[in-house]
Structure formats: structure tokens, C-alpha cells
Design a protein around this ligand. Structure first.
Ligand code: ZN
Length: 168
């Protein structure tokens, strides 16, 4: 990401940032030490980068569409999903499902992985709408997807926790 920093003597306290085409334009007070500004700019950069990734994923790999296809193929269209969306905040978790509100969140990192891994994660979280725990019933459901074991191995290899994330 290209970054343009504009220092201003008139600006008193705040630092602001906006995207102008592909350039991150940062306005900062003249007095602000280089090091502090550097940290602030790094935060802005990562925030905008995540936002961009999320928008791109929403466009190219729409989760509601994928979930509808998987619901049809693996769940006989029986699942009711209230919302399914990418989130950029989760560092070590690949997704989570609140089965009471039928809301599923998928880490944006999953959206950047091969489709067969992504599909596994979505099926995994969808299966929690039927079974919140990781018991044998749960794995029976998930293993309708033939690449389950391979996908779990893949996620383990890249250091994503195999889901301690369930909400009760
Ligand atoms: Zn799980």
C-alpha cells in the first residue's frame, strides 16, 4: 500500500487517514515524533488492508452464496442461517458459530485459503447449528464432507487452532 504523509503545523492533535484510490493519505501534526506516527500509520495500514480484503472476499467469495450451496449439498437445505460473514479480528480461530442466534463468523484468513479448506470450515460451523459440541454426532455430520481430515491437517499445519471457539 502506498502511503502519503502530510505534516501540518496547523493540525493540533489528531492524526487522520483516508484512502484516495490506492493511496493511504495520512494527515498528522508537525510536532508528532516520527516513531509514534510510524505506529499509528502501521495501525491504519492494517485496518485499511483488512477492510479491503474483506470487501474483496465479499465480492468474489460471497459467504451467503457458498453457505446456500453447502446447505443444499450437505444439509438437505434444512439449516437456517441468520447471518454468515467474514471477520478480520480473529487471530487464532478459524471461525465461530453462535447456534442460538444462528450467526456464523468466518476468519478472513480462511477466505484466502484453498476453496476445499474454506468449504470445510464453513461446513464445520454450519454443523454447529445442529450440534454445538464436538461429539461423535458432530463429526458424523462434518464427515459428509470427504475432505474433512485433509482440511483439518491443513489448518493444523498453518497453526490455526482447531476450534476452541464454541460459544457454549
Ligand atoms: Zn467447532
Amino acid at each position: 500500500m502506498e502511503i502519503k504523509i502530510i505534516r501540518s503545523r496547523r493540525r493540533k492533535r489528531t492524526v487522520s487517514a483516508r484512502m484516495n484510490k490506492d493511496i493511504l493519505v495520512v494527515n498528522a501534526p508537525a510536532w508528532l515524533p516520527e516513531e509514534r506516527l510510524g505506529k499509528i500509520v502501521a495501525d491504519f495500514t492494517s485496518k485499511f488492508e483488512k477492510k479491503r480484503i474483506k470487501e474483496e472476499l465479499d465480492k468474489k467469495q460471497s459467504l451467503p452464496e457458498i453457505a446456500a450451496r453447502l446447505n443444499n449439498r450437505y444439509f438437505g437445505n434444512k439449516l437456517k442461517i441468520n447471518s454468515i460473514e467474514y471477520v478480520t479480528g480473529q487471530r487464532s480461530k478459524f471461525g465461530c458459530c453462535d447456534y442460538r442466534s444462528a450467526a456464523i463468523r468466518i476468519s478472513h484468513r480462511i477466505g484466502l485459503m484453498p476453496e476445499w479448506v474454506r468449504d470445510y470450515v464453513i461446513i464445520h460451523e454450519m454443523a454447529h447449528l445442529i450440534e454445538p459440541n464436538h461429539g461423535s454426532l458432530f463429526w458424523d455430520i462434518v464427515s459428509r464432507y470427504k475432505l474433512t481430515e485433509r482440511a483439518r491437517g491443513y489448518l493444523m499445519a498453518v497453526g490455526l487452532e482447531l476450534d476452541k471457539e464454541e460459544l457454549q
